[in-house]
Design a protein around this ligand. Structure first.
Ligand code: ATP
Length: 231
């Protein structure tokens, strides 16, 4: 479904991602792990069309989407939940979801009620401005905004960032349900416990290179993860 080969990302002369490979099928879950600056955000933003690629190929659902605009990519069914949510603060919850509903074009969006079933608090706050929600509610809205585009694959960039443990635990449960419903999950995460709860496989990045790929529960992976985080 999603096949990344040799993905490279550069900021001017600085190369942030040096050719990574990964694959993800519908209903599968993969964690992209690594310390600060390892290249995780650069990778998912390039996959989602928010950053230009400097090399490599992104194939999604049989089509080469390398370098395509983000609007084209989301329309095909690949949705990004960006780091720090990036909501429009002056949009209500409902306006945020309605605006995203028009993104898939040609494919039906998911009904807003689906999001309100997953996140009842968003239903209660549907007329509230996004900017006035708590951090946890904003993260729920950012996930809901991606979900109404009816994605086949969802990229989640550190959904736990800045949130309290209890909220993160309930978000993990929701992401597991989304995955069980058949959506492929590519999770960028610093927190190993969260990655283990969501993902069955992982790619460990260090300074823009994949240093280990395999099952989350593999002991060799644990050593590679330790090395990538703590040197
Ligand atoms: P974090 O967990 O801190 O978000 P990350 O693994 O997502 O880290 P990236 O944000 O992708 O890493 O950064 C990878 C490299 O690219 C780092 O060396 C970073 O300094 C560099 N970088 C990221 N954004 C820019 C930018 N806009 N301009 C120049 N360099 C950048």
């Amino acid at each position: 479904m999603l096949e990344i080969s040799g993905l490279k990302v550069s900021y001017g002369a600085v190369q942030a991602v040096h050719g990574i490979d990964l694959t993800l099928a519908p209903g599968e879950s993969l964690a992209l792990l690594g310390a600060n600056g390892a290249g995780k955000t650069s990778s998912v933003e390039a996959i989602a069309g928010l950053l230009p690629t400097a090399g490599g190929r992104v194939v999604f659902d049989g089509a080469d989407i390398t370098g395509k605009p983000a609007s084209h990519i989301v329309r095909r069914g690949l949705a990004l939940v960006p780091q720090w949510r990036e909501l429009f603060p002056a949009f209500t919850v409902e306006e945020t979801l309605l605006a995203a509903s028009s993104a898939p074009r040609g494919r039906p969006p998911l009904p807003l009620d689906h999001v309100y079933d997953l996140f009842p608090i968003l239903g209660q706050r549907r007329l509230q401005l996004a900017g006035s929600l708590s951090g946890g509610e904003q993260q729920m809205l950012a996930i809901g905004r991606a979900l109404v585009t009816n994605p086949k694959i969802m990229l989640l960039d550190e959904p736990s960032a800045g949130l309290a443990v209890g909220i993160v635990r309930s978000l993990v449960g929701i992401v597991q349900r989304i995955c069980q419903a058949g959506v492929g999950i590519l999770l960028v995460e610093q927190n190993l416990e969260i990655a283990e709860a969501v993902a069955t496989r992982c790619v460990v990045l260090s300074t823009g290179r994949a240093v280990w790929t395999g099952r989350m529960d593999d002991a060799a992976g644990r050593a590679a993860i330790q090395e990538a985080y703590f040197g």
